[in-house]
Structures are given as structure tokens and as C-alpha cells.
Write a protein that binds this ligand. Structure first.
Ligand SMILES: [Zn+2]
Ligand SMILES: [Zn+2]
Length: 315
């Protein structure tokens, strides 16, 4: 049995008094001994948490016992270590930041693309009348994406609405959207429908569930994830590496955060360049005075930055 589990999930469901719910939920998670990151908004829950299999089961049972969240679909990974160090529950205006805050325009609880289970998605995706659309950002799809997927040049999901015009050429096709765990697709597909796309589908449970239930066939590269694993393998059927080292161009699946805390950019870097660059994306970052110590993982726990006291100490 795995030593720990990591859960990924979301649920669009109205939460009255979300701020209070977030405070209570934080205590509940801490009492269970979980670590992770959960976003609470009046439109629902979005989280990834890590803990012992017992703690994770207790958490899933509690969520499912709440009628607001009874339909929540958990993606469960087995991990050797917890995927987080701390437990955060934050109250925000949206559970995934899209910039579309008006629920009268976009409300996944009312209208969203048709959900496709992984096997259905696999059967449909190569048809001539289908366009597969990756709604994720550059740092995600550069590490891995579905073969032949349309990708967008965006740095953040909140830039997605502005890119819709680029997709007008596909208006007569069936659009199949996908993202990491499915949550972005709820809004992206709802927005596409609102913008006049007629036939919009979304991969239910995202790339993560597709990897578990359909073997990840035709997903090329790795899947970026928002915890200290940085990326996970998806494809056990016909895997390939598509990402290249930013510094030398060599094919590598390794994704890291730049060791310069003020840059912190996510990028791909091979082990050799990691060592040579000390985990930095550029010479400028390598020369940064607050550069963090590169331990080969390229993941850094967010710690409060020490106050610079060297000047005060001098007399
Ligand atoms: Zn390299
Ligand atoms: Zn950098």
C-alpha cells in the first residue's frame, strides 16, 4: 500500500458564506493531518491535498457526505512523500482564475461542454470533424500535450477569453477541450458555447484521469502538476518526450523552477545544464544574490524571505 495519497478534485456548487467555510475547512484539513492547497469560492471548491491513505479516505468521505459536493470526482495518486509541506485553504472570487466573474454570463453549474469519459475522448479525438483544444498555458503544454492538439500562446488561464477569436476558424468543428484535472474546461467550454461554438465537449477529469483510465494514449510528454512533483507521467501506451532543455535544446522531460526567487519561472532544463546553471534559467538569474540552493529537484518550498540585516549590523 502507498505511504501517502495525493488527491486532485474540484466541484462547482454554490457555497453560501464561502469565507467562513474556508476557515472551518482549514481546521478540518489540519485536524486530519493533510497538507495541500484548496481554493474556496462561492462557486465551489478546487483542491489538491496529500496525506496518509486513511486521512485521504476520511477527507473524501466527508466531502461526499456533504450534499453540495456529493458528485465530486477525486483523482487519487499514490506517492512516496506528501506532495506539499503546509495546508492552505484560501477564499477567492473564483475557484480557477478566468477573469470571468459574472456568473450570469459563465456559470458551469448551468451550462458547460458535454463531459466525455477518457475512453470516449480517446475514440473521438482523431476524427476529421474534431479539433482537440488544450486550454492550458505555455509552461504546461510545452512540457506535454495531446498529439495534434491546438494550443494557445497564453501565460495564464485568465488570458484564455482574449484568445477565443483565434479559434473562430474551428466554429464548424466539434471542439474537445482538455486541461490537467478538468476544472479549467468547465469554464473554457462554457465560454466557447457562449461565444457561439455549437458542439463543445470536455475531457472529464482531465489529463490525470485519462492517464489512469485510458493509459494516456497519444499524450506526448509529461503533465505539469501544481505541487512539488512539478510533473507526472501520463502515457503508458506510446510515450514520447516532446520538451527540450531551455539552455541546450536537448530533449528532456525535466521541469524546474528557476532558482532565482524573483524569477521562479517554470521551464525545462536537462540535468547537465541544471548543474552548470545551478538551476537557473539564465546567467542573470545565476548571478542573483538571493539565488536558492539547487538540490537537483528544482522545487522550492515557499519560505518567508529573510530580512536583509547585513547593513543594520554594521556600525
Ligand atoms: Zn541542457
Ligand atoms: Zn530565472
Amino acid at each position: 500500500m502507498a505511504r501517502y495519497n495525493t488527491l486532485l478534485y474540484y466541484c462547482y456548487s454554490t457555497i453560501e458564506n464561502g469565507e467562513q467555510f474556508a476557515a472551518d475547512h482549514l481546521k478540518f484539513c489540519k485536524d486530519l493531518g493533510l497538507t495541500g492547497r484548496i481554493i474556496v469560492a462561492n462557486e465551489g471548491l478546487n483542491g489538491t491535498v496529500s496525506g496518509t491513505p486513511e486521512a485521504c479516505k476520511a477527507y473524501m468521505d466527508a466531502i461526499h457526505a456533504d450534499e453540495r459536493f456529493a458528485a465530486t470526482d477525486f483523482k487519487v495518486d499514490e506517492v512516496e512523500e506528501p506532495s506539499f509541506v503546509k495546508m492552505h485553504v484560501r477564499y477567492k472570487s473564483e475557484i480557477v482564475h478566468s477573469g470571468l466573474r459574472d456568473p450570469n454570463i459563465i456559470d458551469p453549474k448551468k451550462q458547460t461542454g458535454k463531459h466525455l469519459e477518457p475512453k470516449e475522448f480517446m475514440e473521438m479525438k482523431d476524427r476529421d470533424d474534431v479539433v482537440v483544444l488544450d486550454v492550458r498555458s505555455n509552461y504546461e503544454h510545452s512540457l506535454g500535450k495531446f498529439k495534434n492538439a491546438v494550443t494557445l500562446d497564453i501565460e495564464n488561464f485568465r488570458d484564455f477569453p482574449a484568445m477565443i477569436n483565434e479559434l473562430a476558424q474551428y466554429k464548424d468543428k466539434k471542439i474537445l477541450t482538455y486541461c490537467t484535472g478538468g476544472i479549467k474546461c468547465e469554464k473554457a467550454s462554457a465560454l466557447l458555447l457562449h461565444e457561439g461554438f455549437k458542439d463543445v465537449y470536455q475531457l472529464h477529469g482531465g489529463i490525470i484521469k485519462y492517464g489512469k483510465e485510458a493509459g494516456g494514449k497519444d499524450f506526448e510528454g509529461k503533465c505539469y502538476v501544481f505541487d512539488n512533483r512539478l510533473s507526472v507521467d501520463v502515457n503508458s501506451v506510446n510515450p514520447v518526450v516532446i520538451s527540450a532543455c531551455r539552455n541546450c535544446g536537448k530533449t528532456t522531460p525535466k521541469m524546474i523552477n528557476c532558482a532565482n526567487p524573483e524569477c521562479n519561472e517554470h521551464f525545462t532544463q536537462c540535468d547537465e545544464c541544471g548543474e552548470a546553471m545551478e538551476g537557473c534559467c539564465s546567467d542573470a538569474c545565476k548571478a542573483h544574490p538571493r539565488k536558492r540552493v539547487y538540490d537537483g529537484t528544482g522545487y522550492y518550498v515557499k519560505v518567508p524571505q529573510p530580512v536583509n540585516t547585513s547593513k543594520k549590523g554594521k556600525t
